[in-house]
Structure formats: C-alpha cells, structure tokens
Design a protein around this ligand. Sequence first.
Ligand code: ADP
Ligand code: ASP
Ligand code: MG
Length: 449
Amino acid sequence: MQNELNVAKFGGTSVANYQVIKNCADIVINNPNTKVMVVSAAAGITNHLVLLANTALTSEQISDVIENIRKIEFAILNELKNPSEVEDKLFALLSELESYARHEEINYRDDLKDSLMSMGERMSSLLCAAILREKGAKAINFDVRKVLRTDSKFTQASPDISNIRVLAQQLLQPEINEQIVVTQGFVGADEQGRTTTLGRGGSDFTAALLAEALEAKTCEIWTDVIGVYTTDPRITDKARPLPELSFEEAAEMATFGAKVLHPATMEPALRQNILVFVGSSKEPEKGGTWIKRDCESEPAFRAITRRKDQVLVTVKTPKMMYAQGFLERVFKIIAKHELSVDLVTTSEIAVSFTLDNPPNSMSEKMNKEILVELSNICDVNVERDFDVVTVVGNNMHSAAGVSSRIFAAIGDFNLRMICFGANVHNLSFVVSNHQSEDIVRVLHKALFE
Ligand code: ADP
Ligand code: ASP
Ligand code: MG
C-alpha cells in the first residue's frame, strides 16, 4: 500500500553552495511528507573525482585537484552556524578521499574508483543534513550503502531491487518515522559491502529506487530547470517546459539523451506507479513537470532529444551460408558484453546499429572488444562522429501526417539512418554530430513553435 511519503532528490547545482542548499532545505521542510532527501555531490566535485580516478597524475597535480574539492566543501562548511558539529567528519571524509586518490592502483581498479567517486555524495549529504538541522528540522545523514544493494559491476552497478526493498523497510523506515533522512544518490554497495556507483547522473535513479522500496507516493527531482522541456533549453531558448509527461515518454526521452533524468529513473516509478515531479530548486514556485501513468493529453509530438557520441556499426556477411543465424551471432556477442543496442536496421545480408561511445568511457572500452570479436565472423564497418536525434510522442506509427511534417522540415539534412515503427513513442535519426543541434532547432520550430 502506498503512503503519502515523498522522496526529494537535489542535483549538483542545487547543492553547489550554502545559499542554494538553504533553498533545498526549505523545499524539504515545507512539505511534511518529504522524509527522504537524496543529494548529489556539489556541482563540479564528481568531475574532479573522475579526473583523479582515470588520469595518471603527478603527486602535485593530485594535491591541486584535492585542494579544489576541499575549497568547495569548506566554503559550505564555513557558512554553517555551527561548523564544529560536522567539521571532524568532513576532515575524515577528505582524508579517506585522499587515500583513494593516492592509491597506486587507482587508475586500474574499478572498485577503488567507485570508492573514490562516492566521496562527493558522502560529503554533500553530511553538509545538507547539518543545514536542515540548523533550520530547526530533525535530520540525520544516513549511509545509503546500508540499503542500496547492487551487483559488483563497479562504475555501472545494477540495483538488487528485492534486497533494497527488504533493507530499506528494515533500516530506513524506522529512521524516517523519527526524522528527515538525508542520504547519498549515485552510491551503492555490493553483497560484500564494497562501494559501487550507478553510473553518471545516477542520483535520480537512487531517488526512484528508494521511493519504490519505501512505497512512496511521489518522487521529486529538483534540478536547475523548471521541468522537462520540449527539448534541451541549452540548444534553443524556444524550448518550453511541459506540464505533464507519461512514464513511457519520459523513459524514451531519458534513454535518447534528455540529461535531466537518468535513463533508468522511470523503471521503479512505473513498477510502483509513483508520481514523479521535475522542478527547479531555485524557483520552486514556478511548478514543473508531472510524470505519471495517464496524461490528460497524448500529443503526436511531445519533445525532441539528442544523444551524443554514437558510432554506427555495419556488419555484413559476404557468404550467404552465414545468413541464417547471422543476427543471432551478432547480438550474442553484443549481449555477452552487456551492452544494449537502441537503433537497428537490417537488410538481407547486413545489419547496422548504433553504440554509445562517449570518450574515455567504459562503453568505449567495451566497444573495441566487441568490434574485434565481430570481425572474426563478418565484415565490420565503423562510422564515427554521429549523434542521434529523436522525436518523442504518441501513436506515431498511426497518426496521420507524422512523417511528412518531420521530413518536410529536415529533408535537406543528411540522415544517415532512420528508425521508425518499432516503438509508438519514438522516431530516431542518426545524423552527423556537426548538424545535430541545427536539426533539433529546425525540428523544434516545425513541431512546437
Ligand atoms: P542535476 O545536476 O540537477 O541532476 P543535470 O545537469 O543532470 O541536473 O540535468 C539538468 C540539465 O538537463 C538541464 O540544465 C538541461 O540543460 C538538460 N536537459 C537536457 N534535455 C532536457 C530537457 N528536455 N528538459 C530539461 N532539461 C534538459
Ligand atoms: N554526482 C554524480 C554525477 O555527477 C551523480 C549525480 O549527480 O546524479 O554524475
Ligand atoms: Mg542529473
């Protein structure tokens, strides 16, 4: 049974300094149903930690990066009314951070990287809880690793949903009966208690997972924009916030590049029918987007997204004798590496598909291995420097005139691949990364302005 509980998540810019954390504390305190506050690392911290984790730095360079981190955290600490209450704990966290950063195997061991990357959220939850207390609320900082059980796939761990539910009911529920619990997004722990992380932007996912485990009614994602927009407001100032979205539309948008939500956020919300709200922590009075099962309207066009850093792989078997079972062999190799393929087109003897390939990422590493394996069974052609632009909407396969409006707008651009029809919510194009912003703007103008 659902209760009235609300889980509120605050992203990096929302907890970047003392002043903005105070806004977040007000948002939490003003809603008596908010008993769980999930926080990201302060803006910039995770990027510093990624640098420490992935780059071979000199001892001096490591000191410089740690000093940058220390400055951000101490700027918050020093504005607290009673800094001594948490000062020792912050020092301890910073020295733990330094021990990972200076570990001789830090650049090679993903388990160490995750311990290091978790430090941003561990520091910000300590400070956010202190700010709630100084505003008169009863609040504790709770170590999410006690409940957020994951597998051991470091840097990209998957949650163990049934164990999270049991642990949250056992260990978190009694705490929220007493006070507000401030906890870390992005971070988890495997069965052996080793620290894991859920992938970049994973704090949204944490909030939804905890909301599911605690059977919450709502989950709020507080960020730097007043909701989910028709497209990324950084691409065009004509983008406008959407009052409502369905779980499916939101999931589609997140998967195809709308960074405002981590792609997995909608899974727990959908399973448990939790209302998800997206709004701005700086301007909470402006409202935001409600994501829900049933929307009042189901427009053919809802939004446009862009996902960057794609490679297009085409595999071909020159020998017809391989044609049967060829697709199976190709996808077995991809599945073995636990990668998901989102866009695929096929012909009789060839298959083209996109792979996520952000520079210096885990996927980039795995893609290289996949390509080697594929080249053992077929001809492989790799084209780089693509983005995927997606129109998200409803009943796109059956609504009249959908494709003519879209192609009339962008027919002059070179569309390397088009995927339409497999999903009623999505029409995607693989396009050159030099043209993707223009394509988004032109499409936005044709469909929304
Ligand atoms: P947080 O740190 O709060 O998690 P993010 O930077 O991860 O915030 O996500 C918010 C950003 O997502 C916005 O500043 C915006 O540029 C980007 N964004 C991309 N697509 C959209 C969209 N369709 N609607 C709103 N924001 C979007
Ligand atoms: N701090 C993590 C990141 O920057 C997780 C998050 O903010 O959601 O990716
Ligand atoms: Mg985010």
